[in-house]
Ligand binder design. Structure first.
Ligand SMILES: [Zn+2]
Length: 103
């Protein structure tokens, strides 16, 4: 029972990561290119690296370390997306897909 729950937990974690990585890489690369801000990419890379590390070492390092790494990673990814969003709001000449929806 505990093994089954643990495998489901790991599969869920891996599935979320496989969803978050391509979406974040696409959105942050596009945002970084359109807004010319490397900090967005740096925050995103740090965040995704922490989340990948959490899945990679989480099981052997312990659940507390996995949670902390996931929390730090998700926070950096959220910060990257927020900064990207704010840059888009203040930009008058970027050609982001959501730009035309907001204005
Ligand atoms: Zn934009």
């Amino acid at each position: 029972m505990a093994l089954t729950l643990n495998l489901e937990h790991e599969a869920f974690h891996l599935g979320m990561l496989l969803l978050v990585i391509p979406l974040s890489v696409f959105a942050l690369t596009l945002g970084c290119k359109n807004h010319g801000c490397r900090r967005v990419a740096a925050y995103g890379i740090i965040g995704l690296a922490c989340m990948i590390l959490a899945v990679s070492v989480g099981h052997s390092a312990g659940e507390a370390i996995e949670r902390v790494l996931t929390l730090i990673g998700a926070s950096f990814v959220a910060l990257a997306h927020f900064r990207n969003y704010r840059l888009c709001q203040h930009s008058t000449d970027c050609n982001c897909p959501v730009h035309s929806i907001d204005r």
